[in-house]
Design a protein around this ligand. Structure first.
Ligand SMILES: *Cc1c(COP(=O)(O)O)cnc(C)c1O
Length: 385
């Protein structure tokens, strides 16, 4: 009997067939394989260019001998340390295998077919993945215009509040946003939290909070947690703490929401080595301070140099710049790859004229600038600044 052709695409759960897989930054090993280049500068995934804290490395080494045991499923020590750092109830913390996992927990706990989540155009790619995977509808609002004086292409929180419907259960707000780097001022967030019905879960994604604290008008969301029980803050050890490869993220929320997230959380989602490393990294305040200081210095310097090349950078409170290189962005990216420099094309975020460039060490940033000035690359750049 011949087989009738089966379309698993049609059989997939609602929403899954419409998803686009997440596009990560190209790994260094892949560039080395494909282009035969060595000595690679990876400025593509907003990682810490200084690497992990030496204390985290020590803690990981010590933890490795115990990996025949399951990890502490409640991450007791890390939970205590974070609770005391932020002066919050330990029961208000939910851990994730990266904060992406926490975003997915929110979606699985609050979204389902017939419900919707609201987020902005050009917002972080995991919001549509989490929303559609849960079978819910994505309501995507228009971003602010490209010529907005403070937050070009940033979140339009008024449009987001207006898009909330009777079926909406979750709103995702990235502050600062990836890939634009733009950030919301404290007053805007407060106004937004006041205007959204209090039964709607507002996720404030603070993956870059350590970098953003110095930016004008920025406020860390922790102070609003007691006032808005529908608020969920998500944070990560992947960025300023330099532990992207270990996958440690967490949410701060009301204990009631934390209890719901904990019900859908996969058991042992935080591995033992990661718990030990995060605990040590949290304690190494000097390493984070050095990281943030390097970022501020180099973000200013790189931004200035890019503007001198005629390239427009969106304002950034994070550890990357979203740079308008023009219609040839794909070719610019290709030439940078050949020069051993990995940046991030953001056409998938509907920003085809831009490249997102993570702030590297001084040497890495100089290398990027030198490549952009070469005769192969310079003619491809559209000067709009
Ligand atoms: C990098 C990033 C995350 C964090 O990802 P992890 O899963 O914690 O590595 C979350 N949100 C945004 C906006 C990001 O850019």
């Amino acid at each position: 009997m011949p087989f009738a052709p089966i379309s698993f695409h049609d059989l997939a759960a609602p929403g899954v067939g419409d998803l686009q897989p997440y596009q990560p930054g190209k790994p260094e090993s892949e560039l080395a394989r494909e282009y035969g280049v060595s000595d690679i500068a990876k400025l593509a995934s907003n990682e810490n260019p200084l690497g992990p804290s030496p204390r985290a490395l020590e803690a990981m080494t010590a933890a490795i001998t115990g990996v025949h045991r399951y990890p502490d499923g409640n991450a007791h020590d890390l939970r205590r340390a974070l609770a005391s750092r932020y002066a919050i109830d330990p029961a208000a913390i939910t851990f994730g295998n990266g904060s992406n996992d926490v975003l997915d927990q929110v979606a699985r706990a609050f979204l389902s077919p017939g419900r919707s989540a609201v987020f902005s155009e050009h917002a972080f790619a995991v919001y549509p993945i989490a929303t559609l995977s849960a079978g819910a509808d994505a309501i995507v609002t228009r971003a602010l215009p490209a010529d907005h004086p403070e937050q070009p292409l940033g979140h339009d929180v008024d449009a987001m509040a207006a898009a909330v419907s009777g079926h909406t259960r979750v709103v995702f707000v990235a502050n600062p946003n990836n890939p634009t780097g733009t950030w919301l001022r404290a007053g805007q967030i407060e106004r937004f939290l006041d205007s959204v019905p209090s039964e709607i879960v507002v996720v404030l994604d603070e993956a870059y909070v350590e970098y953003a604290r110095g930016s004008e008008g920025y406020a860390d969301g922790a102070e609003w947690l007691t006032r808005y029980p529908n608020l969920v803050l998500t944070r990560t050890f992947s960025k300023a703490y330099g532990l992207a490869g270990l996958r440690v993220g967490y949410a701060l929320s009301s204990p009631e929401i934390a209890d719901l997230l904990n019900r859908v959380r996969h058991p042992f989602n935080l591995n033992a080595v990661a718990q030990a490393a995060a605990l040590a990294a949290l304690d190494d305040r000097d390493h984070v301070a050095r990281t943030v200081a390097l970022n501020e210095r180099e973000r200013d310097r790189l931004g200035q140099a890019l503007r001198e090349l005629g390239l427009r950078c969106l304002p950034s409170a994070a550890n990357f710049l979203c740079v308008e290189v023009g219609a040839q962005a794909a070719a610019v990216n290709e030439n940078l790859l050949r020069a051993g420099i990995i940046v991030r094309p953001v056409a998938g975020y509907r920003l085809p004229r831009f490249l997102r460039i993570s702030i590297g060490t001084e040497g890495e940033n100089d290398r990027l600038l030198a490549a952009l000035r070469t005769s192969a690359l310079a003619p491809l750049l559209e000067r709009t600044a």
